[in-house]
Design a protein around this ligand. Structure first.
Ligand SMILES: [Zn+2]
Length: 506
């Protein structure tokens, strides 16, 4: 048990939330909820990256002020996160005064501790507004950024502040080698080690002729006041958040959850900035993969973008959360398809967990007036429950969210099989009360375990199941101990309305 400061990437305020954003927030939320269940003092930070050229260009195209644009986009993201029950504790926006002051302070701290780390240099290069980064020749194909083939690269020539990133290659390599857990999954770690082998180039820390951002704290030798380069503004949000009045976050973070495309920023530039400022590094960075829809990560043409609202409305927010985390591995790429979503909903939720809960609680009502008999443990179902809880815990502790969901649904399968094999209706007919009590108590205990295990994935349904089991308060407050000691002796349960109604035929 301890402090657990968890962050996700702040989202770029230049469009609506899409499937990739939702996957990241839902996955991080499952981790936050699991850590709370385990008794950790969790602080979960998410937010918006609101500066940069892309935002000011979009605002100009729409003929509105950049602040009006980011206010509108930020509100749309927050509405989506509340719809998906993302249990964040703090929402940071990089246009907030506290953040801007923190960025300047961090840069100033680097100037003071390592005066050579910033220097002025004239620079020329191809700039991708999509990446908000200068691109090397190797990252340009047919004159376009490989990640943004629809955008035109900009030729930029200016005299900027540069950060001496090259100095930190040895430090970063040493850190990655001494702390294999720092960057996961291992594929990402190998990628960064490979990058360090090639050596690091210094990076621009400020931009000229561009105002939508945090003013860089020091003018150039020619007296020009520049704007902080957007990554130098965005990355510090994890640290500036801890300094906002009322924040319960303490630096360093225990875990940064990010997408694999920004690993380099989080595992090279950010730790180098922290080291330069004399601040501790985050404990771990987890870089998840991409979610594809109709073969694409982002929509490049009409019809290739999943409408998140439509996906949530199909079976409700909990089913959508469950599907994303059960179907798409947390450490690699995956795809959303409507067909798989409907199949999984029917098999895992309606016919699996929903049917188990509904038949078990109906039998308790029918044969025992809803009162759960004394639990003795030791049945085949209890043993399956113990195995699933252990497998779930191992998977969650290793950030294997899909593995944890697999473990929970193994128990669902075992329980439905147990009902078939024990045939409680036959025991009732025979008047075998002792055996019937054992079976019914084991089923109630199994449902109590499942209410705990599904909580990080489907918080609303977990609570509904918890209440159907006659418990008051929240399943989170009841805590992880329930998974080990799930007895519900003497509690009165009630069969809920369908937890997961069977889908209407289309
Ligand atoms: Zn790009």
């Amino acid at each position: 048990m301890g402090r657990f400061f968890l962050t996700t990437a702040i989202d770029y305020a230049n469009g609506d939330p899409h499937l990739g954003h939702a996957f990241e927030k839902v996955g991080a939320d499952a981790i936050a909820r699991y850590r709370r269940l385990r008794g950790d003092q969790v602080w979960f930070l998410i937010g918006m990256d609101e500066h940069g050229q892309k935002v000011s260009q979009t605002a100009a195209e729409r003929e509105i002020a950049p602040q009006a644009l980011v206010d509108e986009v930020g509100a749309a993201f927050q509405a989506m996160w509340s719809r998906l029950s993302i249990s964040y504790d703090q929402f940071i926006r990089t246009t907030a005064e506290a953040h801007k002051a923190g960025v300047r302070e961090l840069i100033e701290q680097i100037f003071v501790r390592n005066p050579d780390d910033f220097y002025e240099r004239s620079y020329r290069g191809q700039y991708c507004v999509g990446c908000e980064a200068f691109k090397a020749d190797s990252e340009i194909v047919d004159g376009k950024c490989v990640l943004h083939p629809t955008r035109t690269l900009e030729w930029v020539e200016e005299r900027n502040w540069f950060f001496r990133l090259s100095r930190y290659a040895g430090f970063l390599r040493g850190h990655l080698e001494a702390h294999p857990e720092f960057l996961q999954p291992p594929s990402r770690r190998n990628e960064i080690l490979g990058l360090l082998d090639q050596g690091l180039e210094d990076i621009s820390a400020s931009r000229s002729r561009f105002a939508w951002g945090v003013p860089f704290p020091r003018p150039t030798s020619e007296g020009e006041h520049q704007t902080t380069y957007v990554w130098f503004d965005a990355l510090p949000n994890y640290w500036t958040a801890t300094r906002v009045p009322g924040s319960g976050a303490e630096w360093p973070a225990q875990l940064h959850v990010i997408g694999k495309d920004i690993t380099r920023f989080h595992c090279v530039i950010w730790p180098a900035m922290l080291e330069a400022a004399g601040l501790p590094l985050p404990e771990r960075v987890w870089a998840h993969g991409f979610v594809y829809f109709r073969g694409e990560r982002f929509s490049k043409s009409a019809g290739t973008r999943l409408d998140l609202g439509e996906a949530i409305d199909r079976f409700g927010p909990d089913a959508f959360r469950y599907f994303l985390l059960r179907e798409i591995p947390w450490d690699a790429d995956g795809s959303f398809t409507w067909e798989r979503f409907e199949d999984r909903y029917t098999a895992d939720l309606a016919d699996g967990l929903g049917n188990l809960a509904s038949r078990s609680l109906a039998m308790l009502e029918k044969y025992r007036d809803g009162v759960v008999p004394a639990w003795t443990g030791g049945t085949a179902l209890d043993e399956a429950g113990e195995r699933s809880v252990a497998a779930y815990e191992r998977a969650m502790d290793a950030s294997d969210l899909r593995g944890a969901a697999d473990a929970a649904w193994e128990l669902v399968g075992a329980a439905n099989l147990y009902v078939q094999q024990c045939a409680p209706w036959a025991l009732a007919k025979q008047g075998n009360d002792a055996a019937l009590d054992t079976v019914l108590a084991a089923l109630a205990a199994c449902l109590a375990r499942l209410a705990v295990l599904i909580g990080p994935f489907m918080p609303g349904k977990a609570q509904a199941l918890w209440e159907a089991l006659g418990r008051s308060g929240t399943v989170v407050d009841a805590g992880w101990a329930i998974a080990g000691h799930p007895a519900l002796d003497g509690v009165t349960v009630r069969k809920p309305d369908h937890l997961f109604p069977r889908p209407a035929p289309i």
